[in-house]
Design a binder for this molecule. Structure first.
Ligand SMILES: [Zn+2]
Length: 65
């Protein structure tokens, strides 16, 4: 008979909260340049997001001043 060892087993049942987030290369909606979107909702590349084009709201709306 094996000695009853008091082994502390870390039996933490992890909640399966695995998000289906995988980097995917998709074309940007603004500049149409393939970029790596971090999630499925990311459709605009960072360049355009941080750019003035995205902020103005109008993607193709250029006000000729
Ligand atoms: Zn872009």
């Amino acid at each position: 008979m094996a000695p009853c060892e008091d082994v502390v087993t870390h039996d933490h049942t992890k909640p399966e909260a695995e998000r289906h987030i995988e980097p995917k290369t998709r074309p940007c909606l603004v500049c149409k340049t393939p970029f790596q979107s971090e999630w499925s909702g990311e459709r605009v590349c960072r360049r355009c997001k941080s750019g003035k084009i995205w902020r103005s709201g109008g993607v193709t709306t250029q006000r000729g001043r």
